[in-house]
Each structure stands twice: as structure tokens, then as C-alpha cells.
Design a protein around this ligand. Sequence first.
Ligand SMILES: [Fe+2]
Length: 397
Amino acid sequence: MLKKISINQLKPGMFVHKIVEQKGQLSVKNQGRVTSDAIVDTLKKRGVVSLVIDTSKAFKVASEQDESEQENKKEAVEDTPRKSASLESELVRATKLHKQGKAIQKLLLNSVKKEQPFDSSIPKAFSQSLVSSIDRNPDALLCLTKIREKDDYLLEHSLNVAILLANFARYLGMSEDDVQDLSYAGFLHDLGKIKIPDEILHKPGRLTDPEMEIMKGHVVHGVDFLKQTELDVGLIQAISEHHERLDGLGYPAGTKGENISQAGRMLAIADMYDALTADRVYKAGMSSQKAFSILMSDAPERLDLALVQQFIKCMGVYPVGSLVLLSNERLAMVVEQTNAPLAPIVKVFYSVRNSHFLEPKDVNLTTEKNVKVSKAVIAADYNIDVNAFFERSVSIG
Ligand SMILES: [Fe+2]
């Protein structure tokens, strides 16, 4: 059925049959579905006053966020408030989100490379979906931070820092807005790296002093670009501080101590942790334990000691997604923390004695008294492809 309405009545989900009245000369496509509020805004900006909609072609707009929010509410009633979704169900959504995050990061980097503005509503909405997933069950995205494609470091690093920061800020009990902001800052913090020549950015091993100077420029490149967007100044400040250190020996400004914001200090910790634990083309990432000890050795002179301690507590002795060797010579992935820091819930998947994969099985080490964690390990020690394992048995999407 055709119905004439004013532009103020137009809502996402409606099907526009034709434009009836329009001020100005900008052409507007006559027919089509309105899929978002942004399209309504565009039509308003282009001077559309009234239009005819076809109510028989209307459809319900159910964005991913709406759906998950509704499910979240449903599940929240049924389950504990901290984890309103099971790991399995959240992994389905988180896997999609993880892929989407990499694709958006790629778009943003391209915009920075070409010095073209980008629509900030896209990464902002993405960060919000990411925080919603952390709220429902942080273990899903935390597991996925261990998925590494060897050539995608640049895309995955910022995504992981956004995940780590959302989880960290939530753990510290920060306000909803602060959690969102920190995660968003994490997602945008390294955009300037696209301006660094590939041979320096991807150089295996140590950079020479002149190369390091060029590399340091990524902070200013990123900040200069973000200043042209409508990004909040507080977020830009945090991003500008992610390589500053309390002793004033960081870069680019050499900002000292109290002058570095709390958000900037948190960003520095999450950035360093992900960089240390990431597998790169030329080297395997280190274990979380080793990364924690490096963070601790940088505090309190360079990093904020209280925040480093809280970060380690928040990640847990054996962080979700990390691999452990069990006392029965089996390898397992940590999938959930428990009240006992040394006895998480793990997914057992590999026999070291027989060098073969096992049918994955969840084991709660607080109740399985005969099995303990012997030590934290990394996949490279056993020549195991964690990504393939994920695809087969953990991730569903
Ligand atoms: Fe950086």
C-alpha cells in the first residue's frame, strides 16, 4: 500500500516508493529501503520534504546490536549478571564481530593512507557492539585475541587492544561511557602506522636509530588525522599518550608522570601486552607470564604500577585464550577463569605424549583434583596451529 508521509515520519525499515517534494538540486535515488538512521539524515540533508512509502515492502530493521541487546535482556534474567551468555553462544557473535572489526580497521587504515575522511559512526558503533559482547561474556572475544593471521598484525593489534581495554575498564568498574571511550581509543590508537614505510613497519628484528625515529612518527600521523575528525579531544589525548612513559622518556612529547592521563596509561599497558604476546611473521609471541613480568619490570618508573597490577589480576594468572600444559601431559586452552587463580576451566585438545589432537573436552580444574596446570606454554613450542584448532572446535561462526 502506498502512503504519503513527511520526512520526519520516515524511519529505518520503510520502503521509499518515490520522493514527492524536495528542496535543492541534489539528486536522490527515488526507490529503495531505508536501512539506517544515517540514510534518513542524508535524505533530510538533501532537502527531501515529503515522500511516498510502500508499506507492503516495509521490513523490520533488526540490527545486530538490537538483536543481541534483546537476547541479552532475556538471558540476563535467566543467568548471572556478569555472564549473561554462554561461551558457546557468545563465540558465534564474537567471531562475526572479530571479522567485522578487522574489515573496519582495514577501511580506516585505507582512509588514513589516502588522507580521506571516514564516517566515524562506523567504528564507534563497532566499539559499542564490542563492549556489548564483553558485557555478555568477555571470554569469547578474549579467546579470539589469540587468533592471529600472520600478515594481519596491524589489523588485529588494534582490535585486540580495544578488546583488552574494554575488559580492563569493565574490571576496574569504570562508567559505561568510559568503557566505551577506552575501547574506541584502543581501536583507533595505531592508525598512524599506515604512514610508516613497510620495510620499517614489518622489519624483523631491531630498528636502527634513524628507522626508530621514523617509526615514532606513527603517533603524530595518527593524531593529526584524528584531529580532522569530530573525535572527542579526551580520546585524542589518550591516543597521543600511548607511547608516553611516566619517567618522561616516552614519545612523542616526553610527557611525564601525572601529566599522562589514566586512559593513556591504560592504553600503554594494553598496547604493550598485546605487542609482546602477538605472533609475528618473524617470531612467536611470548607467553602471558613473560609479558606480565616485562610489564612489572617497567613499573613504577615507566608504567603505572597500580594499573599494571590490576591489569594482571584482570587477565588472570592463566589468561583466557592462553595455552597450558597439564600434569597429564595434555595441552589445553584456558576458556574461563574461576575463583581459584591457578585452576581455570580449560579445553583439553592435544596429547603431548602421542603428538596428536584429541576430541576437545572442557575440564574444570577446580573439581578435577588429579589434574593441575604444570606451566603456561605457547603454541610454537609444540608446532601447533591454534587457528586451525579454533576453526575445528572452538569457534562456530
Ligand atoms: Fe603505537
